[in-house]
Design a protein around this ligand. Structure first.
Ligand SMILES: CC(C)(COP(=O)(O)OP(=O)(O)OC[C@H]1O[C@@H](n2cnc3c(N)ncnc32)[C@H](O)[C@@H]1OP(=O)(O)O)[C@@H](O)C(=O)NCCC(=O)NCCS
Length: 148
C-alpha cells in the first residue's frame, strides 16, 4: 500500500471512492470494503488491481485498521477476493507485493497459498528509504487444486 498518503485526509478517501467507481466500470480494478459478517463497520479494504485481460493477471492488495490486526480479517478478505478473481473474473495468475520488512503481509499471502517468486531489491522508496519488495503469486490451477 505504498501509494497511501500519511496523514490520510478525507479528500483522499473521496478521491479513492471516485476512482473505485471509475475503475470498476472500466473493469481495470475492483476495490472492496472489508466489513464484519453482520454490520457495516469499516475494517479495511481489499482490492484487485492492474487487471490485465490479455494475460489474465491481477494484483491483490489489502489493508486492515491497526487495532484489528491479528484477527484473521486480511486472510478472510484475501480468500474471498481470490475466489472472485479465479471464479468470476477467470484470472489465471494473482500476484501481490509486500515490503520485506513487513513479514505479517508475507504470512497472510502465504496463508492464501501464494508462492514467493522473487525479491525486488530496493524496488520502492518509502519515507526517504529504499525498501526491498517481495513478489508472491498464485496460479489458478494451484488454487483450484487446493479448493476442490
Ligand atoms: C498485513 C495486514 C494486512 C495483516 O492483516 P491482519 O488482519 O492482521 O492479518 P491476519 O490476522 O489475517 O494474519 C496475520 C498473520 O501474520 C502473522 N504475523 C503478525 N506479525 C508478524 C510478524 N512480525 N512476523 C511474522 N508473522 C506475523 C500473524 O501471526 C498471522 O498469522 P497466523 O494466523 O499464522 O498466526 C495488516 O498488518 C496491514 O494492513 N498492514 C499494512 C498494509 C499492508 O502491508 N498490506 C499488505 C500489502 S499486499
Amino acid at each position: 500500500m505504498i501509494s497511501l498518503p500519511h496523514p490520510y485526509r478525507e479528500d483522499f478517501a473521496r478521491q479513492w471512492l471516485h476512482e473505485a467507481q471509475r475503475e470498476a466500470a472500466a473493469g481495470t480494478a475492483f476495490r472492496f470494503a472489508v466489513t464484519p459478517n453482520r454490520g457495516t463497520e469499516f475494517l479495511g479494504a481489499a482490492e484487485l488491481r492492474a487487471l490485465d485481460r490479455e494475460h489474465q493477471q491481477a494484483e491483490l492488495s489489502f489493508w486492515i485498521a491497526v487495532p484489528l490486526w491479528g484477527c484473521g480479517y486480511a486472510t478472510e478478505a484475501g480468500r474471498r477476493l481470490l475466489e472472485f478473481a479465479f471464479s468470476d473474473l477467470r484470472i489465471n495468475r494473482v500476484y501481490a507485493h509486500h515490503m520485506r520488512r513487513n513479514p505479517a503481509s508475507g504470512r497472510v499471502l502465504g496463508k492464501l497459498g501464494m508462492t514467493r517468486e522473487g525479491l525486488l531489491r530496493e524496488r520502492v522508496k518509502k519515507w526517504g528509504r529504499f525498501e526491498d519488495v517481495v513478489l508472491m503469486a498464485l496460479l489458478y490451477r494451484d488454487w483450484a487444486h487446493a479448493n476442490g
